[in-house]
Write a protein that binds this ligand. Structure first.
Ligand code: SF4
Length: 205
């Protein structure tokens, strides 16, 4: 699954255009937001939180060890409480073998390489599938919050999944316009745990 040869778009502008459209229609559509951790959620702009009815989808079989998976989930709950979010938190099954089977042979790849593409696509597809089944209007992921993540790959994957499942995908590039910096500051302010590795055991080294 190599997605290195597609044209890069301005995903931030596409996101803003969609938010404007939603605001104009005043429909407050339902959005299922795949969330990898609380710090990445904190990079999501207010305009999205206000324009959509958001539920959080926690599907991250890549996270190692299990105690870390639970710690990140606990911090999403803490965030919900501290920010008084009206969102449901939907937790999908945690089965790390699903991740290991998919990335077999790519364990030694560097971050942003093929292992990450597989890992990201796996999590986004589960979100798209669930969003469609549960009748959300849109799906999205917080994964574009990280400076090491490939926003082109994430958004192209989102676009492909939207076509495959017949659901809207909200483009994003959350790290931009100080999103990443804001997330760091808000973590300190709200006393939210900020991990120092991406998630899988191969990213700890
Ligand atoms: S480094 Fe992050 S994105 Fe890449 S495979 Fe590991 S957990 Fe997934």
């Amino acid at each position: 699954m190599l997605y290195n040869n597609f044209m890069s778009k301005n995903y931030l502008n596409l996101m803003k255009e969609e938010i404007e459209k939603v605001k104009k229609n005043n429909t407050n559509p339902k959005l299922l937001l795949h969330c990898c951790c609380a710090p990445c959620f904190l990079a999501v702009p207010e305009s999205i939180l206000k324009s959509f009815k958001i539920d959080i989808f926690y599907f991250n079989p890549n996270i190692y060890p299990q105690s870390e998976y639970e710690k990140r989930l606990d911090n999403i709950y803490a965030l919900k409480e501290k920010l008084k979010l009206n969102s449901n938190i939907i937790i999908a099954e945690y089965d790390p073998s699903e991740f290991y089977d998919k990335v077999k042979g790519f364990e030694q790849e560097k971050e942003r390489g093929e292992r990450c593409n597989i890992c990201i696509a796996l999590r986004m597809e589960e979100c798209a599938k669930n969003a469609k089944e549960k009748k959300y209007d849109y799906f999205c992921t917080t994964l574009t919050s990280g400076p090491l993540k490939n926003a082109d790959f994430i958004n192209k994957t989102g676009e492909d999944l939207a076509n495959k499942y017949g659901i809207n995908y909200l483009f994003s590039d959350f790290k931009k316009e100080n999103g990443y910096l804001n997330s760091i500051n808000k973590c300190k302010e709200l006393n939210i745990y900020r991990q120092n590795y991406c998630g899988c055991e191969f990213s700890i080294r």
